[in-house]
Design a protein around this ligand. Structure first.
Ligand SMILES: [Zn+2]
Length: 266
């Protein structure tokens, strides 16, 4: 009898096992969330990614550099993408990065963040916003640090970003530990940037987010083409996986997910 009571009490207590007070219930009753993000304004974003996302009804955040050739050459497709509910985030105009960091030899001297001033990066960010606002009519969007570098002329420009945007994303080619929701810095949202990874690796990252009941983001560049490529097949398999796990993981733009997170934190 005592054993039975112990089991029953144990069972009752365990109805909350695996949950903690930091868990948020997202739309669809999901206990975790993800934002798919696509950087640099590439042609594959409007020609491959957007049609696929629209087919599944998923919304994503695109961070085009405002000077990207596709943005002007395929302008109508980018406008259509915003009409379909996707977010156009700010990724500056010229994608300045710190040339002094390793592997950054490709950065042109005129776009070397070490040679920028804080005023200059602020001005460039505002110019990018003006270009994007002209396309989507929105005055509120999120930001992604080019190359995840947040210093201009040796000074942090995080405060400038925080004064303009509700949130900002960094990213890394190396998968970092997932951050618990209460510890998440909304002006430095972490992200994993896959490069030539296969479907099972993308899916295992999603499984990790589900398991940790948290919110994270993925950073893509070219899909089936262009730089830091992920194949169309791997990308589509990931979308199908998200589709079949809608009750476990919510997919939304960074702007939407951050707004939702803030509303639950208050
Ligand atoms: Zn970029």
């Amino acid at each position: 009898m005592r054993l039975l009571i112990t089991i029953l009490i144990g069972g009752l207590l365990c109805s909350s096992c695996g949950q903690n007070e930091n868990t948020i219930v997202w739309p669809n009753g999901a206990k975790s969330a993800i934002s798919l993000t696509y950087d640099d304004g590439l042609s594959s974003h409007v020609n491959t990614v957007a049609p696929l996302l629209n087919k599944y009804g998923f919304k994503a955040t695109f961070y085009p550099t405002a000077s990207s050739p596709s943005l002007s050459e395929e302008n109508e497709k980018w406008r259509q993408l915003t009409l379909n509910g996707h977010e156009l985030g700010n990724h500056t105009v010229y994608h300045p990065c710190r040339k002094s960091e390793s592997g950054m030899d490709w950065v042109k001297d005129e776009y070397d963040l070490d040679n920028y001033t804080i005023e200059q990066i602020a001005e460039e960010i505002r110019s990018a916003n003006a270009i994007l606002s002209e396309m989507d009519g929105s005055h509120l969007r999120t930001f992604a640090y080019p190359c995840s570098h947040s210093f201009a002329g040796g000074e942090s420009y995080v405060d400038i970003v925080a004064s303009i945007f509700p949130s900002a994303r960094v990213s890394s080619e190396v998968q970092t530990e997932l951050v618990k929701l209460p510890d998440l810095d909304l002006h430095k949202i972490p992200s994993w940037a896959p490069h030539n990874h296969e479907a099972d690796q993308l899916i295992s990252y999603i499984d990790k987010i589900i398991e940790h009941k948290t919110f994270s983001t993925l950073t893509f560049h070219g899909i089936g083409a262009e730089h830091m490529k992920v194949s169309q097949e791997a990308h589509e398999a990931m979308i199908r996986y998200l589709d079949s796990n809608r009750d476990k993981i919510w997919v939304g733009t960074v702007k939407e997910n951050v707004e939702y997170l803030r509303s639950k934190r208050e």
